[in-house]
Design a protein around this ligand. Structure first.
Ligand SMILES: [Cu+2]
Length: 177
C-alpha cells in the first residue's frame, strides 16, 4: 500500500469518526438529560480521549516523523551530469543509489531534446528539457532498484527513436557516491 492510499483510508476513517460524533450529538439532543449526568459522561470521555492521545497519538506522531523529507534534504544529492546531442546521451555516471536524492544536471550541445526517465516496467518517472545553453536541474529519488531507461521525449531528427541509454539504480547503501 502506498503512503497516499494509506493517507486516504486514514482520512476516511477520521471523517467517519467525526460524522459518528455529530450523529451521536444529534441523537442525544432531544433527550433533555440532566446536566450533571451529561457532565459526568463528558468528563469520562475527556479522560479517555486524553489517554488515547497519549498512548496512540504520541507513538503515531513519532513514527510519522521518520517519514519527513528533512533527512533526505540534508543528504548530499548524487549529481549526474547529462549532456545530449543528436543522437545520444552522455551521462558522467551510470549508477546511482536508491532512497537518496539524485540531481540530474541536464543540457544539450545542439538542439532541444527531452530527457525522459523510465522505470524497469516502462513507466515515465521523471522528465525535463535538455536545452542548449541551459542546465536544467531535475531532482528525483528512486524508490526501487533496477535498470532505468533514458529516452528522448522531443523529436530531434532522423535517429530520435534511437536516442537511448540506461541508468542502474542500486539498493540503498550499495553505491559509492
Ligand atoms: Cu529526440
Amino acid at each position: 500500500m502506498t503512503i497516499q492510499t494509506l493517507s486516504l483510508f486514514l482520512s476516511l476513517a477520521a471523517v467517519a469518526a467525526l460524522a459518528a460524533v455529530f450523529l451521536r450529538v444529534r441523537l442525544l439532543a432531544p433527550a433533555g438529560r440532566d446536566y450533571p449526568v451529561v457532565q459526568a459522561d463528558a468528563y469520562r470521555l475527556r479522560g479517555l480521549s486524553f489517554w488515547v492521545l497519549v498512548l496512540v497519538g504520541l507513538p503515531v506522531t513519532v513514527w510519522l516523523l521518520r517519514e519527513t523529507p528533512y533527512e533526505a534534504k540534508a543528504t548530499e544529492p548524487q549529481v549526474v551530469n547529462v549532456s545530449s546531442a543528436m543522437w545520444y546521451w552522455d551521462l558522467d555516471r551510470d549508477t546511482v543509489e536508491a532512497g537518496r536524492p539524485v540531481e540530474f544536471h541536464v543540457t544539450s550541445t545542439d538542439v532541444n531534446h527531452g530527457f525522459g526517465l523510465y522505470d524497469p516496467s516502462g513507466r515515465l518517472v521523471a522528465q525535463t528539457q535538455a536545452m542548449p545553453g541551459y542546465i536544467n536541474v531535475l531532482t528525483h529519488v528512486f524508490e526501487e532498484e533496477g535498470t532505468y531507461r533514458v529516452l528522448c521525449l522531443e523529436y530531434c531528427g532522423l535517429v530520435h527513436h534511437g536516442m537511448e541509454t540506461a541508468l542502474t539504480v542500486t539498493a540503498t547503501g550499495g553505491g559509492n557516491g
